[in-house]
Ligand binder design. Sequence first.
Ligand code: AMP
Length: 478
Amino acid sequence: MKIQNTMTGNKENFQPIHNNRINLFVCGPTVYDDSHIGHARTYIAFDVVARYLKYKGFSVFYLQNITDVDDKIIQRAAETGVSPRSLARKFEQRYLEDMRALGITNVNYYARATENIPEIISQIERLSELGFAYETETGVYFDESRFGDFGKLSHQGAEALEKHRIEPDSTKRNPGDFSLWKKRQDGEEVTWDSPWGKGRPGWHIEDTAITENYFGAQYDIHGGAMDLIFPHHEAEIAQMEAASGKKPLVRYWMHTGFLNVMNEKMAKSLGNFTTIRDMLREYEADAFRFFVLLAHYRSPIDFSEKALEQARKSLERIRQAAKIIEEQLEKAPESSAPEQMDPAVALAKAKFLESMDNDFNTPYALKAVFDLVREVNRRINEKTISQTGLQDASEQLREFGEILGLSFYEVGKRPAEKTDAIADNLIELLIETRQKLREKKEWQLADEIRAKLSELDIVIEDAYEGVGKYTTKGSTIG
Ligand code: AMP
């Protein structure tokens, strides 16, 4: 299996650090607003990466951070008159709902920045002791000039880096130095005690504190979209490699291309975005996933309703063909003797796996799926396909679907928005009712509700704010 590594610029043979175990980290969202379909593109890509690695027999631990302390959160909270903490919790909840609605189910753990403050402080202390960080009246900064490898991921020399003035601040030694700890400013509520007084973490340090906490100083795969290569991922490398003295922080750096609108990155700041929720009112989640997977994860995607509609129709064509295969299978007599896999199915499978092994090339993998359904349908029309052939094709289509997170057996499925909204409201109602029961110390009934919800894969954790939060089984929030 080969993975294109941003660090080397080459497609490299994939070799995990610990035999069969893979530690995968992908930068999670800053939770100050609803996520848009550009974010969804990146998270669908890594959902497929995790699915395929599992299919290959690896044991994958997929970790994502949640940036729940940040300038944008503080600013939006002030604008809307709520506390930064409740704003962050609200949009974290909505983000998790969006991910569920998109069938993104492979993240094992979501780690909040605010729940890793001791780890963040410890990493900054080590960097200070080793002479990589210094304190000023505004905060603690990483001294970029002390880290000789700065720029190695984005392939930029010192001159190019000099042009990027990261976080202008007159107290810094070098313009490129980035903040590790921001000292409290007048009126700021969101702060923690630290050796440098009250304050809060800089953006980059949360990721290396979290990955060090869960994976150690080195791990297998780090992902995100291309915009994060510089300065964010460059800063992560500097922090962790300086603190641990171990290189490389990450074996394989994977970066997704942008989802663009008329050749411009979809972004909140540009106002050219469609939220995941709005998109799912019009389109089924699988149609969007199919649209995303028609492009290689590193290529840009130009989003338009027309292109999405075309993808939806292509998916429906595969589904119609799958339906015909199922109908024929029901009519066909049972075959007894096990035979070898139908050659057309075996060829499609080989091409599919070869494409996925080649840096997760989903457009080529989907071509193998198209070729298979076309061939099988031709043979159905010509009445030259055996029962085993139909059986093999049916099973193979299901397997392809599982790997890609798509269902090829849902002909004409409508957007799930309405039923999902009702289900979400009912779950919220149950959680609130249970909370009231707990307040009245009706523990038995409250526990029964929790147990019943758990049977439906809805896990309630009793949070400190008094209101239980819920997540689906398999993914946990820090
Ligand atoms: P943010 O919450 O803005 O930090 O973004 C979360 C993740 O989505 C990061 O990996 C971003 O690089 C990625 N992302 C943001 N915008 C886009 C886009 N238009 N296309 C693809 N990925 C994006």
